[in-house]
Write a protein that binds this ligand. Structure first.
Ligand code: 13P
Length: 292
């Protein structure tokens, strides 16, 4: 089926109390593994790309992989641009048919962030697309941007309320104690803050920094209003390690397709385990029936 918009997918997830897995693609093989994993579990999936990845492959190339695979698939697939502050990249993605974009102006003071985010909301509306936007800076490294612990600050609920009211977002990204990359110590997630923000904004929250959070933490995040959970670092490790492990196990095998397949199977297993953990199994049909 054609690519779907993110807003109705996340609204439904929030209402039903589960989260949709959002994976950062690395190449065509990982993209295919995401869609096959979603099909095997009859689940919706969000396929997202970082600005760095788009600059490497091009927004058109990434769109063509995802749209082609989704077209032949019975599950709802969203194509989303992850953290982006480059309006030109956002514009190109929207013009090419991407069904969701994130503007990340979180390093700017609140009013400037709101103004820039509004500009993107207006650009996206012309294409029937809703936006993910952020306030409060999320810790860690994403797309070569480093936010140190002392630079990040938790999102202010009153600002979140105003931001979401003015922007009518598909997803709201907040700094709630999670971090991009592997956690150095035990993650300190502010569950009460997620709950307060969600209660005020009524907007599905995007949980950034999904790698390394245990099942109980994820379950609490979902119960308090996270309806989109991002996974990137975990995939990067499985992608590289599965390739190296195959070589270690079969050092004399120089058939690339067997390496690619080992990598594909390992990535697909990761995607299935995350989709299931976030509660996405068997949600596709329900979602499509409501959208019809
Ligand atoms: P991780 O790299 O921690 O999985 O976070 C991914 C993310 O939030 C992408 O925006």
């Amino acid at each position: 089926m054609p690519l779907v918009s993110m807003k109705p997918v996340l609204r439904e997830a929030m209402e039903q109390g589960y989260a949709v897995a959002a994976f950062n693609l690395l190449d065509f093989g990982t993209t295919k593994a995401m869609i096959r994993a979603a099909e095997e579990l009859n689940a919706p999936v969000i396929i997202q790309a970082s600005t760095k990845t788009i600059k490497y492959f091009s927004h058109k190339e990434v769109y063509s992989w995802v749209a082609t695979l989704a077209e032949d698939s019975p599950v709802p697939v969203v194509l989303h641009l992850d953290h982006c502050k480059d309006l030109e990249v956002i514009r190109k993605c929207l013009d090419t048919g991407w069904t969701s974009v994130m503007v990340d102006a979180s390093e700017l003071p609140f009013e400037e962030n709101l103004a820039l985010s509004r500009q993107v909301v207006e650009m996206a509306a012309k294409k029937g697309v809703h936006v993910e936007a952020e306030i409060g800076q999320i810790m860690g490294v994403e797309d070569d941007m480093v936010v140190a612990e002392d630079e990040s600050h938790l999102t202010d609920p009153a600002e979140a309320e105003r931001f979401c009211k003015e922007l009518d977002l598909a997803a709201f990204a907040a700094a709630i104690g999670s971090a991009h990359g592997y956690y150095k110590g035990v993650p300190k997630i502010a569950f009460d803050l997620i709950k307060e923000i969600n209660g005020r904004t009524k907007t599905p929250m995007a949980l950034h920094g999904g790698t390394g959070l245990d099942e109980a933490t994820i379950a609490q995040c979902i119960a308090n209003g996270c309806a989109k959970i991002n996974i990137s670092t975990n995939l990067k490790h499985v992608f590289i390690e599965s390739f190296l492990d195959y070589n270690k196990a079969k050092p004399n095998d120089f058939e690339p397709l067997r390496y690619i397949d080992a990598q594909y199977q390992a990535c697909k297993a990761l995607f299935k385990s995350k989709i299931a953990e976030f509660g996405g199994t068997n949600r596709a049909a329900e979602l499509l029936a409501k959208a019809a």
